[in-house]
Design a protein around this ligand. Structure first.
Ligand SMILES: [Zn+2]
Ligand SMILES: [Zn+2]
Length: 319
């Protein structure tokens, strides 16, 4: 299995500003001062190999959209945030003239999780099959409503693909594209659902827009079971721990610290911090990642190390 991140930001898409780009350029020029580059390729290799992550990288980007490649001849994706536009372009390029089958697993229908759907290219192609899975009764309505006038020029019924909505019973298991798919109810305004995908002994959990109250033992146990021995947990780490338990308590999101604790309790192997707060710049997200890694090291004990990443658009993880 392979996981590909097309959108990793929470609530609202975020782009680097010109001032951000200028900052990175100035710092990169400083890092390369005294060096001579004979060609673009030389300069590119220097940037790639010698510049720090903070200069050659950005967290971006689009809102929630994460592809789970199962190896089957169908696509699987979690949420249709603004990253769905780039994911759709990838599907069209890969398919050529062959219409695609895409399985879409919806955590919930908050705007940042459906806003990319009207820009999802394959939905406009005759012969495309879209299966939209979710546990919420109002799933179909939310997709239709977002394309009603005056919000968008193309109505849902004008899309070219065959679109089917499939209701999942929370807690039930289903086979999709060669994977076993489980769902779990999460604490979030209007409810959200996490997904666990398993195939050939590998497992990935997608758990976004989910607040955790670790003093609620029964609830914590449910998540520990859901995350159990997962090869990868994609986790809502929108806030710092301090914010999550003070000013932003009950806002429906979690933190880097809680992600580490739950993954350690569950014996998960890799934690991807996800759904980054739009107000956080690259430096702030890097700091949350550093804090999570420091905490993991301090609390690891005899357990095997937990790998921790901060997800960014374009990141791929092979399981
Ligand atoms: Zn969200
Ligand atoms: Zn939400």
């Amino acid at each position: 299995m392979r996981v590909r991140f097309w959108g990793t930001r929470g609530s609202l898409p975020v782009a680097l500003t010109s001032a951000d780009v200028l900052d990175k350029l100035a710092a990169a020029l400083l890092a390369g001062s005294g060096r001579k580059f004979a060609s673009y390729a030389d300069a590119h290799a220097f940037a790639q190999q010698e510049l720090p992550e903070s200069l050659k990288h950005t967290f971006g980007g689009h809102t929630s959209c994460v592809e789970i490649e199962s190896g089957a001849d169908e696509y699987c994706v979690c949420d249709m945030g603004s990253g769905a536009r780039a994911f759709g372009a990838h599907v069209l390029a890969r398919q050529g003239a062959r219409p695609a089958t895409v399985n879409i697993f919806m955590s919930h229908m908050h705007w940042d999780h459906i806003m990319g759907f009207p820009f999802f290219g394959p939905a406009y192609v005759q012969g495309t099959r879209l299966r939209i899975y979710g546990c919420h009764p109002g799933l179909e309505q939310a997709f239709r409503r977002q394309q009603e006038p005056p919000g968008f020029p193309v109505k849902f019924d004008q899309l070219g693909g065959a679109i089917e909505f499939i209701h999942l019973e929370p807690g039930s298991t289903r086979e999709v594209a060669g994977m076993r798919v489980n769902t779990l109810l999460q604490r979030h305004s209007g409810d959200s659902y996490g997904y666990r995908f398993e195939r050939d002994g590998k497992s990935v959990v997608y758990s976004t827009d989910s607040e955790h109250k670790l003093d609620d033992r029964a609830e914590t146990d449910r998540f520990v079971r859901f995350f159990k021995n997962a090869d990868l947990v994609v986790f809502d780490a929108m806030y710092s721990f301090a914010d999550a338990i003070s000013v932003k308590a009950d806002w429906g999101h979690s933190s880097n610290v809680v992600g580490v604790e739950l993954c350690q309790l569950a014996g998960a192997r890799h934690l991807a911090l996800f759904h980054h707060e739009p107000a956080n710049d690259d430096a702030a997200i890097t700091e949350l990642l550093r804090d999570a890694r420091r905490l993991e090291e301090l609390t690891r004990g005899e357990q095997p190390a937990l790998a921790i990443s901060a997800a960014h658009d374009g990141m791929e993880i092979e399981l």
